[in-house]
Write a protein that binds this ligand. Structure first.
Ligand SMILES: Cc1ncc(COP(=O)(O)O)c(C=O)c1O
Length: 394
């Protein structure tokens, strides 16, 4: 039944996309800022309960625009999980700042206790990633940064429609950045968007990637001189992408409801298997988007996630390994010379390669597997039984 509903949503969405895109092509509204692109930005901002929304060519640029607006630069530290896609981290380097890696906790998202340990007088911002659509512990994170001058950036690229209590993920921090890349639940093909409540941050982000769009507003944020520098970056989203993403937004909550239903069945049924762990987010966390599928941790002794994946595949159950690098172990973070060669603007004395100890993240790399997202759209009793039996027999 859910699968039929899901397919019907897909059909409605594609039909709307074909019609709106065709109309835009006929009207030659295929570049710059047609009204429907601005409508999408405002709709997305309203959806997350923020005042301003600004689209970008991808999620990576959306994250970097937030960091630029937050004035992150040389000498600053930004706390970030290593357990993420590199796009949450690379913009920190690109702006000349230093990523400081924090471990994750049993929710597979950044650990508030470890954040507290990593804060120094140089901490300028924290990037919280709601990985796989699992909301990070926003209550504790807000508590940790309370009274401190630290910018909170949410990377909600995996978490469209996920909630912390009654607040949308991406709508809680100073900035909420979303990828709208083609495999995301709100998909523009390629694209990204940032939401914020701060007008001057909104305009600064525009300066960074929307050449000439808001130049008449620069004087309002005391950045008038920027216009005359001649700098004019274009990192804007293709208008067609806005139309594609807008149609997905119509049905986001219905899609999330279907996936939540199956995720909660898996949570309940798999939690009882010895040597298998599922994510344990805080009770306030309501998952959304479910990017990349349903995560399972194999903690049984002498059994790796890789072995579990092979066993699952042998009975026709689709699963993939944890798809990210252990970023804190990459040469750009561990090798000064390599780092300086890559990031020319960073003087070597400011680079502090650290032996980051992230035990949970490192274990996850070995233990985590992702069950195909298709099991969050339809999971019959027979398949569930087979899944459980396979995991029990590892
Ligand atoms: C956690 C995370 N953040 C940011 C991004 C960047 O998005 P994009 O590919 O649109 O640049 C991704 C992409 O998948 C992601 O997984």
């Amino acid at each position: 039944m859910s699968k039929a509903k899901f397919l019907s949503i897909r059909l409605q969405t594609s039909t709307k996309q074909i019609l709106t895109v065709s109309k835009a092509i006929l009207k030659k509204q295929i570049s710059r800022y047609p009204a429907f692109l601005e409508d999408f930005e405002q709709r997305f901002a309203r959806y997350t309960d923020k005042q301003y929304g600004l689209s970008f060519c991808n999620g990576t640029s959306a994250i970097e625009a937030s960091m630029f607006a937050a004035n992150i630069g040389e000498g600053d530290e930004v706390i970030v999980p290593s357990c993420t896609f590199h796009a949450s981290i690379d913009p920190i380097l690109n702006l000349g700042a230093t990523p400081v890696f924090a471990d994750v906790d049993q929710s597979f998202t950044i650990c508030p206790v470890d954040i507290a340990k990593k804060i120094t007088p140089r901490t300028k911002a924290i990037v919280v990633v709601h990985l796989f659509g699992i909301p990070a512990n926003m209550g504790s994170i807000l508590e940790v940064i309370k009274g401190r001058n630290i910018t909170l950036i949410e990377d909600a690229s995996h978490a469209h429609g996920a909630r912390w209590g009654d607040r949308l993920c991406g709508g809680i921090g100073d900035f909420g950045a979303f990828s709208l890349q083609g495999s995301k639940t709100v998909a523009g093909g390629e694209g990204g968007i940032v939401v914020t409540n701060d007008f001057s941050d909104y305009i600064r982000m525009s300066m960074w990637g929307h050449f000439n769009r808001h130049a008449e507003l620069f004087s309002k944020i005391d950045a008038d001189e920027f216009y005359f520098t001649g700098v004019g970056y274009k990192r804007r989203m293709h208008p067609i992408s806005a139309l594609l993403a807008d149609a997905d937004l119509d049905h986001l909550e219905s899609v999330n409801q279907i996936k939540r239903k199956y995720a909660s069945i898996l949570d309940r049924e798999l939690a009882e298997i010895k040597g298998i762990e599922v994510a344990k987010p805080s009770p306030e966390a309501v998952r959304g988007s479910f990017y990349q599928g349903y995560p399972i941790r194999v903690t049984r002794e002498n059994v790796s996630a890789e072995q579990a994946i092979t066993a699952l595949k042998s009975v026709g159950i689709a699963a993939i390994p944890y798809p990210f690098a252990l970023h804190h172990k990459l040469p750009v973070y561990t090798d000064k010379v390599f780092r300086q060669a890559l990031i020319r603007q960073q003087p070597v004395e400011n680079v502090t390669p650290s032996p980051f100890l992230l035990p949970v993240t490192e274990n996850l790399k070995e233990q985590l597997l992702l069950l195909s997202p298709k099991y969050l759209i339809s999971l019959d009793k027979k398949s569930l039984k087979q899944l459980k039996n396979t995991l029990k027999s590892l």
